[in-house]
Design a protein around this ligand. Structure first.
Ligand code: PLP
Length: 477
């Protein structure tokens, strides 16, 4: 093209789509993205150019092969970026529901990749050559780890509770203490699930106190189940009283009624051996007399999203026969990930290293402090003199409704506006920093509070540190 770059092009100067597609500079894009996508992107680009040309603002050089290929390449690369992206979770909440909860160990990742790429005996009994049951792949392990007689797996714990209630209590009554009618984030409410399951909720006791006689008085001819729910995300303190699983089971037994416990996070081992807060295990709940226990796969267990139901063999058999089970069942990827995670629990003394969730929860504060001090001088230059980064002690949470009252001593970084303290301008600059961190290639998610941006380092493992600092240089404030 002869025109100089400063001369604007007119709409009539824009060549046809077919002619542009045959430019040699566009051939690599056609090979990479295919003709359909490149043509669509080219049409969008030319629409913009036409509007610019009419306004007299289209530089002639924009229509050159190289410039067009660059513009299209950028647009196509942006469009093919996955929407689900890796982020840095520096919120201080280890099992963050909005950030995908538990991270899988390498052993599970390998099994998932294999299940994705090769046929597997998902429902095929290799011993007999006959049709198998997908639950069989993990049932023995779940029984071994919980002391239960049988087990089944569904999509998540909400599905587990729904299926359990629908199977055992449709058109009948379920007795639950008022102090346990929880709402979990994202619209899981025990009364609503109960209604959708077709069961009638019988509330007993008061918010703060429920006594054994409340259960005894509520049992009648229409009672199907006594249920207990873990107070995952809140605590009732002060003048309180609740009835333990063992006592509820003793009240249910003479009536032949089952007792179900929704444990929520459902830990398989006593966490105090790692100096973590104490939480009743699934095994203890079964031993106390629960006939069924439901819990999540991706909370403290540290596995994939799943809902686990363990307990009496006759009840599990009925649950499996419910047609809803077919609608709520897990896929092979979940089972491929769950089995190796459960297997890790056979070596509890290695678990703090082998299970990412536990590894993160047990990272000692002094190590996090050393990491914070190491990072400060690396991060300050990209912030200029507008912001000040400093190492600071903070408190992490386990998250996902596990042990709501307990926090873990942690360490991290605070980034404050260099001058201006509490002024409105400082608040805006803090928001701008938070947004800039979210705009990084691998977004950094922290939290804003108390005149600073807080980045808790509990979930930034040493292996990720180089990637974290490298992209920090790309920060645009
Ligand atoms: C988290 C939780 C649920 C929901 O579990 P999902 O696996 O998220 O479906 C149900 N009940 C309790 C008590 C919980 O803590």
């Amino acid at each position: 093209m002869a025109e100089s770059a400063s001369v604007p092009a007119g709409a009539a100067d824009i060549p046809s789509v077919d002619r542009l597609l045959s430019l040699p500079e566009l051939q690599p894009l056609l090979a990479l993205h295919g003709r359909t996508q490149v043509t669509a992107a080219l049409r969008r680009q030319l629409d913009q150019y036409r509007a610019a040309a009419i306004a007299g603002k289209l530089p002639a050089h924009a229509l050159g092969g190289r410039a067009l290929a660059d513009a299209l390449g950028t647009a196509l690369a942006t469009a093919s970026q996955p929407r689900l992206r890796a982020v840095f979770n520096l919120t201080g909440t280890v099992l963050h529901t909005n950030l995908g909860r538990a991270l899988l160990p390498d052993s599970a990742v390998r099994e998932v990749v294999q299940a994705l790429t090769t046929p597997a005996n998902l429902e095929f009994d290799l011993a007999t050559g006959e049709r198998g049951e997908r639950d069989d792949l993990v049932e023995d392990l779940l029984c071994e780890l919980t002391g239960a007689a049988a087990a089944t797996v569904v999509n998540n714990n909400a599905a587990a509770v729904l299926l359990m209630l629908n199977t055992l209590a449709q058109r009948r009554e379920v007795v639950v203490s008022r102090g346990e009618l929880v709402e979990i984030g994202g619209a899981f409410r025990i009364p609503d699930i109960m209604q959708r399951a077709g069961a009638r909720l019988v509330e007993i006791g008061t918010t703060n106190r429920t006594h054994p006689r409340d259960y005894a008085d509520a049992i009648g001819p229409r009672t199907a189940l006594l249920m207990k729910v873990h107070c995952s995300n809140y605590q009732i303190t002060g003048f309180t009283c609740s009835v333990g699983v063992d006592k509820v089971a003793a009240l249910a037994r003479p009536h032949g009624l089952p007792v179900a416990v929704d444990l929520g996070s459902g830990t398989l081992l006593d966490l105090t051996r790692w100096q973590l807060p104490s939480e009743t295990t699934v095994r203890e709940t079964i031993a106390a007399g629960a006939d069924l226990v439901t819990f999540s796969g991706d909370k403290l267990l540290g596995g994939p999203q799943a809902g686990l139901i363990v307990g009496r063999a006759d009840l599990i058999r009925r649950i499996r026969k419910n047609p809803l089970k077919r609608a709520l069942r897990v896929g092979k990827l979940t089972l491929a990930a769950l089995e190796p995670v459960l297997r890790l629990y056979r070596s509890p003394e290695l678990l703090a290293d082998s299970l990412p969730t536990l590894r993160l929860l047990t990272r000692p504060a002094h190590k996090l402090e050393a990491q914070a001090l190491r990072l400060c001088p690396l991060l300050q230059p990209a912030l200029g003199d507008a912001y000040l980064v400093a190492a600071a002690p903070m408190l992490s949470q386990i998250g996902s409704g596990a042990l709501p009252g307990s926090q873990l001593p942690s360490h991290g970084l605070t980034i404050a506006v260099a001058e201006g303290g509490r002024s409105a301008g400082a608040g805006r600059r803090l928001q701008r920093l938070e947004a800039a961190l979210r705009a990084l290639p691998r977004p950094v998610i922290g939290r804003v509070g108390e005149q600073a941006l807080w980045l808790d380092l509990r979930c930034l493992e040493e292996t990720d540190e180089a990637a974290f600092t490298a992209q920090w240089q790309a920060l645009r404030l």
